[in-house]
Design a protein. Structure first.
Length: 523
């Protein structure tokens, strides 16, 4: 029998006067990694906050019973420490080792490191495997987002007896970083639960928890197996809806036919009574019996009709939760020829070779390179947010830059207010319709952006881009935080955009779906 890391019973949560999930009961198997998937805003991160047990703001009901120690990696704020030693949470013991190496240690220092002599080698090996600086006093402020993510993960992988709760751990990681993460998961004995939309990562899990408005379902196996089962479920549901519609139509026709026959019998009785061919008392008795029978029939038919409509509504509601979203970028203004040239460009804060790059008006380019090589810095330099260290940039296109950390937001505005601020001609209803096309509806459209999930905030940012006619999109890991369906939707929008695109992404599947074949490697 499988050991359980955590047993959850009847878990319910309301947030911002909206029921997020209700009466969830499930178990997290120890020694296994499982994926937690679901649409943006479905409550995955909130569920993980409840599981990690440190959220005092969320009022929930139900029981969460841990059977082992556990640790948590948040989605947005990876590390706040000033040095690598602080980030690994080993600074105190590291200071003891330093004193021993320098010959200034006390007996207390030796007592603290007893049976821990293997740790310095373990720290060095783990950092080196992640491609991070191995000097533990290195400041973290100049690390890239991907390096910060790997450093935060290193802290957790040192805790081998802890079950890990990881919220989108592969965000910002390059191809090597993702492979490193997969290898570390395979070596971590306690297992964990991963919120992820990374299909490569999800191909290495042992099970999938799928969260939707209908509840939480578990599927054994990796994401590919889940996808097969899910598609069969959607097809069966679609067939069921069509069958229910046909049955409802037939039921309405039968009821209409029955009522027409009853009305015909009633008129025949009225004619007989008027002709005087039968005794009035007999006709009155037949009339009363007929009316009672008709009343009973109407009640019976009314109940059948209500039941059939309810059954159809339930299936349509389920299908609605699975229905695809819609999104397209506003098409470019129609420039032609060369729109961007970088000549012997050297970036501030990044030690890269001089960049010589030419981009045509309809060209789409994948900007790739390892974490820390300056991909985000190059996009910011093209956008004019950071001055170049040396070299020239010639740009004759309207550009827009999507920051991977969504720093363009005023987090206190609602999604509707933000979009209306971007486009003054946009009405509140039009803004809500746009948001609804990406599943941001009702109270969420009016809630402060800071209360939305990372994926929902990114969707608002994409809608803001949609309101601007531009020639060049500078997209810095735009798929981060998006659910799988939304990634596919964004990829289609990028592929069908008639302007130019420079895309930073470490998700090779996403890049291929965007239809981008040309790449520029920063080194």
């Amino acid at each position: 029998m499988t050991q359980q890391a955590c047993i959850i019973s009847n878990l319910s949560l309301e947030f911002a006067q909206h029921k997020i999930f209700d009466q969830l009961s499930f178990q997290l198997p120890l020694h296994h990694f499982c994926g937690l998937i679901g649409r943006n805003g479905q409550g995955k991160s909130l569920l993980m906050c409840l599981l990690q047990g440190q959220s005092t703001e969320l009022a929930y009901s139900g029981q969460i019973n841990w059977q082992c120690p556990h640790q948590y990696l948040a989605q947005l704020e990876r590390i706040q420490a000033k040095t690598i030693a602080q980030a690994l949470d080993i600074e105190d013991i590291y200071v003891c080792f330093q004193k021993i190496w320098q010959g200034t240690a006390s007996f207390t220092d030796y007592d603290r490191v007893e049976l821990l002599w293997h740790l310095p080698t373990e720290w060095q090996q783990l950092l080196a495997s992640a491609g991070l600086p191995t000097e533990l006093e290195t400041p973290t402020q100049h690390l890239s987002e991907g390096q910060k993510t790997k450093l935060a993960l290193c802290r957790l992988f040192l805790l081998k007896d802890h079950y890990l709760l990881l919220d989108e751990p592969s965000n910002h990681l390059d191809a090597q970083g993702r492979q490193w993460l997969i290898e570390q998961m395979a070596q971590h004995p306690a297992g964990g639960l991963i919120i992820s939309h990374d299909r490569q990562l999800l191909s290495h899990v042992d099970g999938i928890f799928a969260l939707s408005q209908l509840g939480l379902d578990y599927y054994g196996g990796n994401y590919a197996l889940y996808q097969q089962q899910h598609q069969l479920h959607v097809e069966a549901l679609s067939h069921a809806v069509q069958h229910e519609k046909r049955e409802l139509k037939q039921l309405k026709e039968q009821q209409h036919h029955s009522q027409m026959k009853a009305q015909k019998r009633k008129k025949t009785g009225e004619k007989l009574k008027a002709s005087g061919s039968q005794a009035p008392i007999l006709l009155d008795a037949k009339k009363e019996q007929s009316e009672q029978s008709l009343s009973h029939l109407r009640k019976q038919q009314s109940k059948q009709l209500a039941d059939a409509k309810d059954e159809l509504q339930q299936k349509q509601t389920q299908l609605e939760h699975l229905k695809s979203q819609s999104f397209e970028f506003t098409q470019a203004t129609g420039k032609s020829g060369e729109i961007l040239r970088c000549q012997q460009l050297q970036l501030a804060y990044a030690k890269t070779k001089p960049i010589n790059l030419v981009l045509m008006a309809d060209e789409k380019l994948h900007l790739c390179g390892e974490n820390g090589t300056g991909k985000s810095t190059l996009l910011k330099t093209i956008q004019g947010l950071i001055p170049a260290f040396a070299g020239k940039i010639y740009c004759k296109a309207g550009t827009v830059y999507l920051d991977q950390n969504l720093a363009l937001f005023n987090q206190n505005l609602s999604a509707v207010e933000y979009l209306c601020g971007i486009d003054s001609n946009l009405t509140e209803q039009q803004a809500r319709t746009l948001l609804g096309s990406l599943q941001i509806r009702r109270d969420k459209a009016l809630s402060p952006l800071i209360k939305l999930s990372g994926g929902e905030r990114l969707k608002v940012a994409l809608l803001a881009l949609k309101q601007q006619a531009v020639d060049l999109l500078l997209l810095d890991e735009p798929e981060n935080h998006l659910d799988i369906e939304s990634r596919e939707l964004l990829a289609h929008a990028i592929r069908s955009f008639n302007g130019a695109v420079i895309l930073v992404s470490h998700d090779e599947t996403f890049v291929k779906e965007c239809g981008i074949n040309d790449s520029y490697l920063l080194s």
